[in-house]
Write a protein of this length. Structure first.
Length: 537
């Protein structure tokens, strides 16, 4: 971001970066504590993120001790004992409170035959339209079309951010004693998942300010999509039959999708939603996930009667687990004044080594947003110094601060394509093996000098350069962690180490960008794995 000219700064208590569900809940929650709040989003609060254009399920389990404890224990085991039971219980409790608030705000939940609201699903467009209204009513100032490009910090921690308005081209600066990163994860797509681009800038900005990451090796999640689209609403395949190129059935109602990568090694895979065999079922699916049908309709395909080709889209940290390491119940990071929520935060405490899927991820977004908003507000209001009095300096560096004398121009499109060649292919990132991943990481390392190039002066050029830098950083974190975890656990797989190793029941912590450092963090339930498996740690 050009820094030749000083920008006039706006001051607030809490700055929220990101306008999906996590950002909206964070902003509302912080304002409820009495803090002045500004929310900046790269898109438009109400339509941004993966939730807004579709629908989402929620993790709703009746408040019956036996049922909840069973669900918690099942998640603990499935996640390789890297989650924490208390955090899962926190999510279950907080979801109930938040859904009750949504109902009070006017969202209509259908009822069962006994008149009890069915609060297990949210219609994305209505949900996020409601959240925009709630956030505005709470007094939050919203900066739409205003991607953040770098954080501001000093010896006391983070103190705001700088960005640019896509529509006007004007730079903006907000100073705040607390910042919440809720900008989504990194999906590594140039056009992402039926929503605004998800390229991981929040992770890059935070790491430049000194934040640590965790769980990046558990970012091996792919999801099925119509081959000519980018919408990954894989839940819809619960109503599908999968076919080979000859029209022979392969699977019916496959909801785990674990077999699709293997099937695609042998040839094309097609789907047809022929299990939705009544008008009522079809109408329900169209209402629940309208965005799923848009690319198919544009292609002239009736997905209920015609086969359509599938591909797999890599969802990176958005549907994977990795993100900023959380150090406390209020979703604090390792940097004072910096908080994380939603896909930007590591979900290991709740999902362990596996994906949160739809229900866990959607529930995590509203819960972590609520906690981060409360924590950030308390922190900001307790500070004895005003944000405008701090001697803040910009933390941004990669793909942002090159001088005019740089020997080359940063070609964002070419750099993005080069990163995608290493991170998207199934043969590298899904079917992981040490030599293949190590070679890909070496090639990614070789791209780092590209970030020193001159940045194009246009708004698009500035934003794209930063996105490319974020994608490169995230790819290197993912492969560095994958090579360090020499076992197969959850979403982490290495061909040379096909089994779970109880001695590696810990979290891998990463820090740094140019030079990446690794350390381990103990988890509270490691010894339960030893007891369950009968293996010494």
């Amino acid at each position: 971001m050009p820094r030749e000219k000083e920008q006039s700064a706006t001051t607030t208590d809490v700055l929220v970066l990101g306008g999906g569900p996590a950002g909206a809940w964070a902003a509302w929650s912080a304002a409820l504590q009495g803090a002045k709040v500004i929310l900046a989003d790269k898109g438009y609060l109400g339509t941004s993120g993966a939730t807004a254009p579709g629908g989402t399920t929620l993790l709703v389990i009746p408040p019956v001790a036996e049922l909840r404890e069973q669900a918690v224990q099942e998640r603990l085991k499935a996640g390789g004992y890297l989650s924490e039971n208390c955090w899962i219980h926190r999510v279950l409790d907080q979801v109930e409170h938040n859904l009750a608030r949504i109902a009070d705000w006017g969202y209509y939940f259908p009822e069962d035959e006994d008149g009890k609201p069915l609060r297990t699903h949210l219609h994305g467009p209505e949900y996020m339209k409601l959240m925009r209204g709630v956030v505005r009513k709470a007094g939050v100032k919203i900066l739409d079309q205003s991607p953040a490009l770098e954080l501001l910090h000093d010896e006391h921690g983070v103190g705001g951010a700088r960005g640019i308005n896509r529509l006007t081209g004007e730079a903006w600066e907000v100073r705040a004693n607390a910042v919440i990163i809720a900008t989504g994860g990194c999906a590594f797509l140039s056009k992402g998942l039926g929503c605004n681009v998800l390229t991981g800038e929040g992770l890059l900005m935070s790491a430049e300010a000194g934040a640590e990451l965790s769980g990046m090796e558990f970012s091996r999640q792919y999801a099925p999509s119509f081959a000519e689209g980018t919408v990954t609403r894989g839940r819809m395949l619960a109503w599908a039959t999968l076919y080979d190129a000859a029209g022979q059935p392969l699977h019916r109602g496959d909801r785990t999708f674990g077999s699709i990568p293997e099937l695609m090694l042998t040839g094309p895979v097609y789907a047809c939603l022929d299990l939705a065999d009544t008008p009522e079922k079809r109408a329900f699916l169209r209402s629940a996930h309208p965005i799923f049908f848009m690319p198919l309709e544009r292609a002239g395909i009736d997905p209920f009667t015609e086969k359509f080709p599938l591909t797999l889209r890599y969802e990176g940290t958005m549907r994977g687990t990795g993100g900023l390491r959380l150090t406390g119940d209020a979703c604090e990071t390792t940097v004072p004044g910096l908080y994380a929520a939603g896909d930007a935060a590591s979900r290991e405490k709740v999902t362990g080594a596996i994906s949160g899927g739809g229900a866990y991820n959607a529930s995590w977004a509203m819960c972590s947003g609520t906690w981060a908003g409360e924590g950030a507000a308390r922190y900001a209001l307790a500070q004895g110094r005003a944000a405008e009095s701090r001697r803040l300096r910009p933390a941004g560096r990669y793909g942002l601060a090159a001088g005019e004398d740089a020997p080359h121009t940063l070609e964002a499109a070419a750099l993005t394509a080069a990163v995608q060649r290493e991170i998207l292919p199934l043969r590298i990132n899904y079917f992981r093996s040490e030599p293949v991943v190590a070679a890909a990481l070496q090639r990614l390392d070789g791209l780092m000098p590209e970030l020193g190039g001159r940045i194009p002066a246009s708004v698009q050029g500035i934003v794209k350069a930063r996105e490319a830098a974020a994608m490169l950083a995230a790819a290197r974190w993912i492969y560095t962690a994958a090579l360090a975890r020499k076992e197969s656990r959850g979403l982490q797989r290495l061909a040379e180490y096909p089994r779970l190793d109880p001695a590696q029941t810990h979290r891998l912590i990463l820090s740094g960008i140019g030079r990446i450092a690794l350390s381990a963090e103990a988890v509270p339930h490691a010894r339960e794995l030893r007891h369950t498996e009968g293996v010494a740690l």
